[in-house]
Ligand binder design. Structure first.
Ligand SMILES: Nc1ncnc2c1ncn2[C@@H]1O[C@H](COP(=O)(O)OP(=O)(O)OP(=O)(O)O)[C@@H](O)[C@H]1O
Ligand SMILES: [Mg+2]
Length: 252
């Protein structure tokens, strides 16, 4: 069954810069799908369009049949998602425990006792120890912040998890650990996930189904193992270039 449908999505800014020029994609319920593309090609814009943070210029996005444009059902639509932002988006003035509690409070306003319990449970689930629960984001490493942001994302029990460049800014070893954690989390929750990244190794590790965004459209969708010889000149070039770099890197 399809969970998310992008139907000929266009997005231009100020009627000038056309970032998305007809994106169409169906993501099945329970699927982990990856969108790959170069820096600046519009990956984050696409995620923000999916979330309704940025209004699409034309086309439609449907989640469980609900349109992103249907304002009468926007609460129901938004509740389906959690996103792990590129920069984590933790609140600097709150400890990580408070950050996770804040997220939960948005959806469970009347259940005060359970909020702390659930927040602690999620922080432990992403591999953070109790002794760090009362630290502020600035007092933690990038990897720990990513874990805390993931705890906040899963605490609201989403149906769809979105990951925007989940390893950016992390060293390869920490990035590898985060990838393992994301995969384990998605599998154990059984949620649908959409990850955007420019890192082919991250893509291949997280899923076997991916699409490549280039010049505002998805130029290829298929099995990550087939990218190398898919027949699309840009996709093959992107794959070769990534591998030339990753020969010097260790992901796991
Ligand atoms: N609010 C905005 N107003 C105008 N232009 C924007 C806006 N948001 C994004 N853009 C433009 O859209 C293009 C795509 O940006 P986007 O952030 O989606 O790239 P990206 O693929 O996520 O890149 P990266 O891999 O570096 O994160 C860029 O040219 C950017 O300047
Ligand atoms: Mg981005």
């Amino acid at each position: 069954m399809s969970k998310i449908i992008f139907n000929n999505v266009h997005k231009s800014f100020n009627n000038r810069l056309s970032v998305l020029r007809g994106v169409s994609l169906t993501v099945a319920e329970g699927e982990s799908h990856i969108i790959l593309g170069q820096s600046g090609c519009g990956k984050s814009v696409l995620l923000k369009c999916l979330l309704g943070i940025i209004k699409i210029t034309s086309g439609d996005i449907l989640v469980d049949g609900i349109s992103v444009k249907d304002s009468s059902r926007s609460d129901e639509y938004m509740r389906k998602f959690s996103i792990l932002f590129q920069g984590n988006a933790l609140f600097d003035s709150m400890t990580i425990l408070e950050n996770v509690e804040f997220g939960i409070r948005q959806i469970r306003r009347n259940d005060k006792g359970r909020i702390r319990e659930v927040a602690e449970e999620k922080l432990l689930a992403v591999g953070l120890e109790r002794r760090v629960f009362n630290l502020y984001p600035a007092e933690m490493s990038g990897g720990m912040q990513k874990r805390a942001a993931l705890a906040r994302a899963i605490a609201i029990e989403p149906e769809v998890l979105l990951f925007d460049e989940p390893t950016s800014g992390l060293d390869p070893i920490t990035g590898g650990k985060i990838c393992h954690l994301l995969k384990k989390t998605v599998n154990s929750l059984g949620v649908t996930s959409l990850t955007i990244t420019h890192d082919i190794r991250v893509a291949k590790f997280l899923s076997d189904r991916a699409s490549v965004l280039h010049d505002g459209v998805l130029v290829w969708t298929g099995h990550t193992g087939d990218m190398e010889r898919c027949g699309n000149e840009f996709v093959e070039h992107f794959h070769r270039a990534s591998h030339a770099i990753s020969r010097r890197r260790v992901l796991e």
